[in-house]
Design a protein around this ligand. Structure first.
Ligand code: NAP
Length: 744
């Protein structure tokens, strides 16, 4: 039996000043996690500190601040924010020179001002903090060691903060199962004014107004659940909120003014029976709320909506039949919003992919002042603002999981007159952006990236760009599109030459919007200074989504499946070419042209696939489809070799390694090479558990693999499937894959 060793405490003696809900909860979490050797607390009422000791929240109750602080290497101020300065005065004479001093107050400029008043400056050991977790309850009896789990804690260290002290404080909060973020004091106060302080103010005010109007409170008796939820926060502690509003006065006043203007606008719209404005505002708000619901999880003070963990459970075997249409093409959906927003006039889009990625793009344009109606069953109406009509967004543009959106936006925003910042979710924040930032800088753009060229990207507005001739070192449609979009604003011509063919949706769609793209061989170029004219776009079904079903129907026995209206852009059909080379039975019918993009219906029947040496010229044409092509290779007879696909290593995951690990987990051995993989087909897929690493295409590929597996397959971390393929699980079930998704 192995002995369980206690973790080494992060601090020796933690002193909590103010043992209420937050101080008590932190003390309880620190004690439980043994994150400090001793936890001592002092409270205005000594009885509360003694009660805390009796409840097991702290080790020692101190009679005074002096007693608590003496000998402590961490001091946490957890009193109402207006009491901070007088508490700091009492702390100062007893604070050891190397102790970390932090707080939990809901406003940060006020804490810094109090520190400066007492200590003269914010020294390197003083690190302001604010846990975004709480409750309407107060006092030590409400202490809860789980309060911070799956919530965020914001630290606002100054530039001179001691990195070791910051790291220790971060470890302490992470030991309480919180996620730690850092930001500037001013940004913290702005963000909190808008997302927390204003809603509390409205809740207090609304309940007060209604209670004043109805002395008997009769209306409360009839209030529906919506009212209860909306006004729940009006039961929060009045002293705490009084302090918060007075301490964050400036930022709160700004956001109240903004809100009052918008409320007035709604009042006028109702008075004037102006349906257009009402519907515009409500549909914009609904879309924003839906878009941000994912981001809101884990950020609310009270509700704990920890990220959905979705797992696919797959039974082995099955045959694929049916007549289906997969969702609209992601690349075309993205670009339709972008160009529609920049065009003169109203663009109508049908078949729009309502995945989180394109919704992120849509939301970003709304944030830049573009009116967009829908999406409503795939229909979107974009009221273009013209090439120079975008407005500065109020805050960073959040692009979720979408690498395409981030790269294309970088080109577009590099040329705008305003500053902007692009952020994304955890996986997008790990992806390289230097490949777009570098050539844009050569055009004159000013772009700051995060560590190692990763997001967030800070783009300085007001730069005049000059066209360049750029030879892409690695074939990438995103880089090409990014530069062409920047080129719309640049002086002279911007031309991009690709080492191998990549998707040309941007070029086709620019032409569709009346903007000429000169194309000769491997080079596409645009001249800056033109305008775009609104148009109608019928988005073809996404061949990347169709690919899962093409492989599924090829590898499963007795299958016969038809896929309608599939986009057949020559730069995207690599998956069909490769599958046909492997012996797949794919019939292409009803070929037609829809708005510059070729479309066809595909009929796929089971086939005995054979391994091939994948022609390198097909690699860029099938780059997103390799995960599922690896499954086809594993089911084929003989060896399949992929080369020249290093691009796959920097996708949503290192797709070569993650696929190789997943295949190994279900019993298929492969050989990974620096730029590809060798897969020997025909090995028994015994089944097992595959970690998709949050990569939607990996998750769906292993769902397809189940058709030929001999045992059950479980795929974890599948929540991102909804980003690229809404309705995948239902469509897979209806055609023959025995899939159940748990956790949706
Ligand atoms: P709380 O439950 O009322 O606790 C505050 C504690 O501090 C009380 O025990 C209070 O004593 C004590 N106190 C007040 N003045 C003091 C002084 N001069 N010296 C020593 N102790 C003093 O409030 P809380 O919710 O924990 O809030 C504490 C801090 O956390 C506030 O700055 C707040 O902005 C922040 N915060 C709160 C939440 C939330 O949702 N509640 C969330 C995040 C951050 P008495 O009981 O005698 O007044």
């Amino acid at each position: 039996m192995s002995a369980v060793t206690d973790p080494v405490p992060v601090f020796q003696r933690m002193a909590v000043i103010g043992l209420g809900l937050i101080g008590g909860s932190l003390a309880a979490a620190v004690r439980r996690g043994r994150l400090a050797e001793t936890v001592v607390a002092c409270d205005r009422r000594y009885e509360d500190a003694v009660l805390g000791q009796q409840l097991g929240v702290i080790d020692e109750a101190a009679q005074s601040i002096a007693e608590a602080v003496s000998g402590a290497d961490l001091v946490v101020v957890a009193v109402p924010v207006r009491a901070t300065e007088s508490v700091l005065e009492q702390i100062k004479p007893h604070l050891s020179a190397h102790a970390v001093l932090t707080d939990v107050g809901s406003t940060k400029a006020s804490f810094v001002a109090a520190v400066e008043a007492v200590f003269g400056e914010l020294g390197p050991n003083i690190i302001p903090g604010h846990p975004i977790a709480g409750s309407e309850k107060s006092g030590v009896t409400a202490s809860n060691p789980d309060l911070f789990a799956h919530h965020k804690v914001i630290l606002t260290p100054a530039e001179n903060a001691d990195p070791d002290k910051l790291a220790k404080l971060t470890r302490l909060w992470e030991g309480c199962d919180a996620t730690v973020l850092t930001m500037s004091v001013a940004y913290h106060d702005e963000v909190l004014a808008a997302t927390s302080h204003l809603p509390h103010l409205i809740a207090f005010s609304l309940v007060d107004t209604l209670a004043g109007e109805d002395q008997n409170m009769d209306i409360f008796r009839y209030a529906a659940g919506g009212f209860r939820d909306f006004t729940r926060i009006a039961a929060s502690d009045p002293v705490m909120w009084h302090d918060i509003f007075l301490s964050n006065r400036e930022a709160v006043l700004r956001v109240i003014d903004h809100f009052s203007r918008d409320l007035d606008q709604l009042r006028t719209a109702i008075a004037d029976q102006d349906s257009t404005t009402l519907l515009k505002v409500f549909s914009r708000a609904k879309a924003a709320r839906e878009h941000f619901s994912k981001m809101l999880s884990g950020q609310a003070y009270v509700t704990d909506m920890s990220q959905n963990q979705v797992t696919f459970h797959l039974k082995p075997g099955g045959r694929m039949t049916g007549d289906i249409r997969v969702p609209g093409d992601k690349s075309i959906s993205h670009r339709s919003i972008m160009l529609g927003a920049l065009a003169d006039g109203v663009t109508e889009v049908n078949g729009f992919l309502e995945g989180e990625d394109s919704l992120a793009t849509l939301q970003a344009f709304r944030d830049m002042g573009v009116t967009i109606e829908g999406p409503d069953s795939g229909h979107v109406r974009i009221h273009g603002v013209g090439i120079d009509g975008l407005q500065a967004p109020r805050g960073p543009l959040y692009l979720g999981n979408s690498g395409t959106a981030m790269r294309l936006f970088t080109g577009l925003l590099a040329a705008q007159p305003f500053d902007s910042e692009l952020t994304g979710d955890e996986s997008l924040s790990k992806r390289p952006m230097g490949r777009v930032a570098d050539p844009l800088r050569a055009m004159g753009a000013v772009i700051e990236t995060g560590e190692a060229g990763r997001p967030p990207l800070k783009i300085r507005g007001g730069q005049s760009l000059t066209g360049i001739r750029y030879e892409m070192p690695v074939a990438s449609a995103q880089v090409k599109s990014c530069l062409l979009l920047a080129g719309l604003y640049a002086e002279g011509a911007t031309s991009v030459t690709e080492p191998a063919p990549t998707r040309d949706h941007t070029e086709r769609m620019l032409e569709g919007f009346g903007y000429h793209v000169h194309r000769s061989g491997a080079t596409a170029s645009v001249s800056g200074g033109g305008r775009l004219t609104a148009t109608a776009i019928d988005v073809p079904a996404d061949i990347s989504s169709a690919a899962f079903f093409l492989v599924a129907a090829s590898i499963a026995q007795d299958s016969d499946l038809t896929l309608r209206h599939v986009g057949m852009n020559p730069t995207r059909v690599g998956v069909i070419n490769i599958l046909r080379l492997m012996g797949a039975d794919i019939e292409i019918a009803n070929e037609r042209d829809i708005g510059g993009e070729p479309v066809a219906d595909l009929r796929v029947r089971s086939a005995n696939l054979k391994g091939i040496d994948i022609p390198e010229d097909q690699v860029p044409l099938a780059i997103d489809e390799f995960p599922v092509l690896f499954i086809a290779a594993a089911c084929a007879e003989g060896e399949t070799i992929l080369r020249g696909a290093e691009e796959l290593r920097v996708k949503e995951s290192d797709r070569i390694q993650v696929m190789a690990d997943g295949l190994a987990a279900i019993g298929v051995q492969t050989t990974v090479t620096p730029d590809g993989i060798v897969i020997t087909g025909g090995q028994t897929m015994v089944g097992g558990t595959v970690d998709s690493h949050g990569d939607h295409r990996i998750a769906m590929s292993f769902a397809v693999a189940s058709l030929r597996a001999e045992g059950e397959i479980e795929v974890t971390d599948c929540a991102n499937v909804a980003t690229s393929f809404p309705g995948f699980v239902e469509l897979a079930q209806s055609t023959g894959i025995q899939i159940v998704a748990e956790g949706i």
